[in-house]
Design a protein around this ligand. Structure first.
Ligand SMILES: [Zn+2]
Length: 501
């Protein structure tokens, strides 16, 4: 027995058993200047889908999200609301948590940049950067957009206004601390992006960032503000607070319990995926990796930027009256309906366009008439079966050689690649719609009267297919997946996805 355990293959097997592959995924931490909207939900649901999927592959998953709570913008909003900035931040941060619960988001940690531990770690990291000479005292002059909390290049302005916020930018000149962005560190960053050591996806964004980095010497960036009290005080100069972005980026490490020591990194680091919206791509692809490089910390593996949600060809906005709220969607389509509609809205990485009319149409076609109808038909007909066939799809899937195994791999590839819409389309085209057509063609209710073996064969295929869909849907529509399985196990259903108007 002992000899057996010492054999080489067993040692490998044991090591393998205990060393699960890790998967660390993050969303941006959301700025608490406004309540959560559909764009926040879009990013966070996608991260949740990936986290659940990788968990189902027995990986050691850590899913981090949270809120970004410092800066002039919050300070001003809190003043307008006549609230203490901490109370203001507490309230909005709580709303994010509530929405994530409503949308069945299962994160492992919700980091807040006003957490004492985060603040202490940021100070420690900044002190290291200062001691190394990566941060130095200087002066910054530029146009500042309060809504972006970013300095803007003059050439990016439209009539003196921020192109993203359409507000007049302020000309600011002040003493500040700057982070070195050019020279060797810029050159090394270009190499890491080119080689995909620090991968930026979709590939169009990799190209965009490379051409930006190769086209100019980066300007050193200010990492502090002198007249903003709502922020983390610089450890080496109490008159300054940390610029909100420099503070926020470090959440990706402090959210794992990091205490600010560059030599003592959490085991989950580096991040496997930083999921972001394309509007914050440039800062994430320049300032953040350069901070890490100065600290000698490995870069995240993948920075994935998704597109914006538009409506009727225009940016969603309250003024235009085309904004769709999370509440509206939840009320109409339920949790899984909302998750389905967002994840199937279009290519993840491109802008997607959503209108209420089209969503109602898609919901009714794919969910009420598609999956919901299929389930109730198959359930009803399965009453005529003497015995239900073996239904443990998950067990079958681990048996190599089973035809279901291959199908599963097809779907998995789409999800791993963040092509959620393709994965869903694959399931609907090949299983949901095909099964409904197969029912029309075979008319099992007639077969049941005249040809029992044939009826059982047809039903077996239908059951396998619908349970396979339920199995694949687990990360995207967790409740639906569970309900379908339970419906067959207990031979009952409350019905899925009632039609909406
Ligand atoms: Zn702006």
């Amino acid at each position: 027995m002992i000899q057996h355990l010492n054999s080489k293959s067993n040692q490998y097997a044991l090591t393998f058993m205990f060393m699960k592959k890790k998967f660390f995924i993050t969303t941006p931490i959301y700025y608490v200047n406004a309540k959560p909207h559909i764009g926040h939900a879009y990013t966070t649901i996608a991260a949740d889908v990936l986290a659940r999927f990788h968990k189902s592959q027995s990986e050691d998953v850590f899913f981090l999200t949270g809120t970004d709570e410092h800066g002039l913008n919050i300070q001003k909003k809190a003043e307008d609301a006549k609230k203490d900035p901490q109370i203001f931040a507490d309230e909005i941060s709580e709303e994010f948590k509530n929405y994530w619960e409503k949308l069945n988001i299962k994160y492992d940690n919700f980091i807040r940049t006003t957490d004492e531990k985060h603040k202490a770690a940021v100070q420690k990291a900044l002190q290291t950067l200062f001691d190394k000479g990566a941060i130095y005292k200087g002066e910054y002059e530029g146009y500042y957009c309060v809504a972006c909390e970013q300095f803007k290049n003059e050439k990016d302005l439209v009539d003196g206004r921020c192109p993203d916020h359409d507000i007049v930018v302020e000309k600011v000149k002040e003493e500040c601390y700057l982070l070195k962005m050019s020279g060797d560190v810029q050159k090394r960053l270009i190499e890491k992006i080119e080689s995909d050591e620090f991968k930026i996806a979709p590939v169009k964004y990799k190209k965009e960032i490379l051409s930006f980095l190769e086209g100019q010497e980066l300007r050193d960036v200010s990492i502090s503000r002198k007249n903003v009290s709502w922020g983390i005080t610089l450890p080496f100069d109490k008159e300054h607070t940390t610029y909100v972005w420099a503070d926020a980026f470090l959440n990706y490490l402090t959210g794992l319990g990091w205490e600010g020591n560059a030599e003592k990194l959490p085991p989950q680091w580096p991040a496997d995926v930083h999921l972001i919206g394309k509007d914050i791509l440039r800062v994430h692809a320049t300032i953040w990796p350069i901070m890490l490089m100065h600290l000698d910390i490995p870069l995240p593996k993948l920075l994935f930027a998704h597109g914006h949600i538009r409506s009727g060809g225009r940016k969603m906005s309250k003024t235009l009256g085309n904004a769709i709220s999370i509440d509206e969607m939840l009320e109409k389509f339920g949790i899984d309906g909302t998750r389905y509609l967002l994840m199937s809205a279009g290519t993840f990485g491109e802008d997607v366009d959503m209108t209420m009319e089209r969503m109602v149409e898609k919901y009714n076609a794919d969910l009420a008439n598609g999956l919901g109808n299929l389930l109730s038909r198959v359930l009803k007909m399965s009453e005529k079966l003497a015995v239900l066939p073996e239904l443990d799809i998950e067990k079958k899937l681990v048996n190599t050689g089973n035809h279901l195994y291959k199908k599963d791999e097809n779907f998995n590839e789409w999800v791993v690649d963040l092509k959620f819409d393709m994965g869903l389309r694959y399931l609907w085209d090949n299983f949901v719609r095909k099964s409904n057509l197969y029912i029309e063609e075979k008319k099992p209710w007639e077969l049941a009267k005249v040809n029992q073996p044939e009826f059982e064969k047809v039903m077996r295929r239908l059951l396998e297919d619908i349970l396979f869909v339920a199995y694949c849907l687990k990360p995207i529509m967790p409740d639906t997946s569970k309900k379908i399985k339970e419906a067959f196990e207990m031979k009952k259903t409350d019905g899925l996805f009632p039609r909406v108007k």
